[in-house]
Design a protein. Structure first.
Length: 67
């Protein structure tokens, strides 16, 4: 059974492309914004990957501001 997971604002195209390549999910555009479609466990793994990618980028930006 497929589920939909709404994407938060600020997820970059590159992260989305890597997510679709790495996990068995599909990107679907709706009237309410983009969603990922797939099995529950794949969506959970995709979510973890997206969160990790965002946190990594935020840390990079934070470290640049400290210099």
């Amino acid at each position: 059974m497929d589920y939909e997971m709404k994407l938060p604002n600020g997820v970059g195209e590159q992260v989305l492309a890597h997510t679709v390549e790495k996990f068995e999910v599909q990107l679907k555009h709706t009237d309410y914004g983009p969603v990922l479609v797939g099995e529950a466990d794949e969506l959970e793994n995709a979510r973890d990957f997206i969160v990790e990618s965002i946190n990594k980028r935020l840390n990079e930006l934070s470290n640049n501001n400290e210099d």
